[in-house]
Design a protein around this ligand. Sequence first.
Ligand SMILES: [Zn+2]
Length: 250
Amino acid sequence: MDFTEKALVLRVGRFRETDAWVRMLTPTRGVLTAFAFGGMKSRRRFPGCLDPLNLVLFKFGSDRRGRYLNLDEGTLLHGHPVLRRNQRNLGVAVNCLKFVEAVQVASEGAEESYELLLSLLSLLEREVPQPESLPLLFRARLGFSQGYRPDFLSCGECGSLVGDFDSPRFFVEKGQVLCPSCLVDNGAESGLPMSSGSLRALDWIMTHPPGEWPRLTVPPTVRQEFSLAVERFMAYHLGLEWEGGFFRNV
Ligand SMILES: [Zn+2]
């Protein structure tokens, strides 16, 4: 199986003296790992390619039995040079790469995730006010896109619009918002109390490209609710928790 595909490099590891493995996000196959035998030595086959944050056009092959993928050669398309020189934005980018790797994006949803990551990196190529707020928004957008996309703007049972009723609650397990009347019908399950402002912010992130995210200003209370909903949802549906600089499986 030989093919050529663009890939955004997430992580590179070295083994033996000159070999490397490369984990990357591709637009049609999702997250892949492939081996670059001799990759650490060969400037001719992988010129400037084998580093995280690089967008590379790779030529893939596989071993004879098709057990693993290897990289035959690569052409660097974009290395995000401005982002690399900006320590603050670089930290944000690395955090988002780790999340993509932890989610293990499959081929379904790969294109959306790929486009999303590339637009985020292109946003980080410029000066952004408060870049530290971006990883949470990125996790929300990518996580909620992985097949569980909730409707944040109406009650999941009766369809009443958020804003037309008080005290909406978000149910992580079902990925649904419920109004107080439907909550009673559903028994005593509590759900997360959310303001309509937080629900609108979540919806806004799902429907606007990263380039527009710096326009979103949220008060601290909204940010807290937003963050709690995102982290709970990721833990429940994707089995991921952020701890000490890494995503760990829960
Ligand atoms: Zn309802």
